[in-house]
Ligand binder design. Structure first.
Ligand code: DSN
Length: 475
């Protein structure tokens, strides 16, 4: 990093401050918070400076609804370039027939995938007309017919408490409203996906779509088997790889663990283990490509040119050998973290990990996930509480805390560092006690023993300063 990058960022912040100093202050503070905390949120990372820089330009200022070369606005040649370059890198990186890089987030990407499957698979005069029309051409009665047709369709995804995502058919998400849904869970003894049970449920439920993928399942998925089951029941296999896209890109998940050769459609975010800008994308077989490209305006607003530019850089970065080294280290570090926690008496869902995340069950410490998350934050360890399978504390308080290695691995942490991180986490958990109220033990309040937060924080600072964030960026 050259001194000039520091001075450029300094000038940028001064320019922001000249309009609204509080925004400049918060931006500076965020850098310092991220530098000084152990970021263990499994879905977060640190994008490269070129990727961040690409988002701060006038590419933001252009409307470009439509697709490359087929826009609803004039003057889109530069947006066409960044969108094509991003798609080209994504296709090459993942070996996919087609990439659609417009989705603004993972949820948007999933909605594009659902729409593409519905429009491709469901035979109906309304949908046929829709494929040849724009949204504005549809009458109210068309929409009513569509609503009816959608609701007749079935989706089967992993349940939220087993590690699936809200968008995989959860009842309080639109995916649970627009489809009839049935979820699959994990084996109560092992915590692992039970493919035989999944197959039996699919045969009975006969879904149009089987969703594979997760946000809190610490294991790999056999996508070949998922495709076999989907084929047996005539379902489309949709894989949400938002969490593990970096492990696919980095060739950690290969063979049956690589979703691309097996799924009809894959959706993802760009900012988690893939380490790009905040956003989403969809990969599809040629069969689904045209349907996916209708994402905007069917599901999405105008594409974000500045973010597609940043996605192009992130995909290009992920095609380098150093990204493969990084991805392998993410998985190695997760194992070290899991082993470090287990040997210190922390119970883990499924007993360990073979991806980038670890799900701690903190109930053996007498804590809820919420208490553990807050106590860890007091000590500078940033995590998020998460349900465990069949969680007695529900989705708000929870019994679990989810942690992951993508972010700190970007900073250069290795196995020995993660063993120390495990030690720091175990110290906090062992020294946190729920507060008792007149009504009984609180699910939110707790006491962290004197001195523990300072001690953990101090050791965390040593580990973090050995592995600086954006080294050379002096701000
Ligand atoms: N919020 C993301 C996560 O933390 O896993 C999923 O949407």
């Amino acid at each position: 990093m050259t001194a000039s990058v520091s001075s450029i960022y300094s000038q940028i912040l001064d320019t922001i401050a000249s309009v609204e100093p509080r925004v400049a202050d918060a931006t500076r503070q965020e850098l310092s918070d991220q530098r000084e905390s152990l970021k263990l949120i499994a879905s977060e990372n640190y994008a490269s400076l070129p990727t961040l820089m690409a988002m701060g330009t006038w590419m933001s200022d252009k409307y470009a609804e439509g697709t490359v070369g087929h826009r609803f606005y004039a003057g889109c040649r530069n947006i066409d370039t960044v969108e094509s370059v991003a798609a080209e890198h994504a296709e090459a990186l993942f070996g996919a027939d087609h990439a659609y890089v417009q989705p603004h987030s993972g949820i948007d990407a999933n909605l594009v995938a659902y729409w593409a499957i519905l429009s491709h698979r469901v035979e109906s005069p309304t949908l046929a007309r829709l494929q040849a029309a724009t949204v504005n051409d549809l009458s109210e009665s068309d929409w009513e017919a569509l609503r009816h047709e959608f609701n007749a369709q079935k989706v089967m995804g992993m349940s939220l408490d087993a590690g699936g995502h809200l968008t995989h058919g959860f009842r309080h998400n639109i995916s649970g409203k627009m489809f009839q849904q049935h979820s699959y869970g994990t084996n109560p003894d092992t915590g692992l996906i039970d493919y035989d049970a999944l197959r039996a449920t699919a045969k009975e439920f006969r879904p149009l779509i089987i969703v594979a993928g997760y946000s809190a399942y610490p294991r790999r998925v056999n996508f070949a088997l998922m495709r076999e089951i989907a084929d047996e029941v005539g379902a489309t296999l949709f894989v949400d790889m938002a969490h593990f896209a970096g492990l696919v890109a980095g060739k950690v998940f290969t063979g049956e663990e690589n979703p691309i050769p097996y799924a009809h459609i894959v959706a993802s975010t760009t900012h988690k283990s893939l380490r790009g800008p905040r956003g989403g994308f969809v990969l599809a077989t040629s069969e689904y490509a045209d349907a996916v490209d209708k994402g905007c305006p069917m599901v999405l607003g105008g594409p974000l040119g500045h973010v597609m530019a940043a996605k192009a850089l992130a995909f290009a970065e992920a095609r380098t050998p150093s990204f493969q080294t990084y991805a392998a280290q993410v998985a190695t570090n997760a194992k070290a973290l899991a082993e470090g926690l287990s040997k210190r008496g922390v119970r883990l869902v499924t007993g360990g990990t073979d991806n980038h995340l670890v799900l701690m069950d903190v109930s053996s410490f007498g804590l809820t996930g919420r208490q553990a998350e807050s106590a860890l934050l007091d000590a500078g360890v940033v995590t998020n509480r998460n349900s465990v399978p069949r969680d007695p504390n529900g989705a708000w308080y929870t019994s679990g805390v989810r942690i992951g290695t993508p972010a700190l691995t970007t900073r250069g942490f290795t196995e020995s560092d993660f063993d120390e991180v495990a030690d720091l986490i175990a110290q906090v958990l062992a020294n946190t006690t729920p507060t008792t109220t007149p009504k009984g033990p609180s699910k939110a309040k707790y006491v962290l023993a004197d001195g523990v937060a300072d001690r953990v924080h101090a050791r965390a600072q040593e580990l973090l300063s050995d592995n600086p964030l954006y080294p050379g960026l002096e701000l």
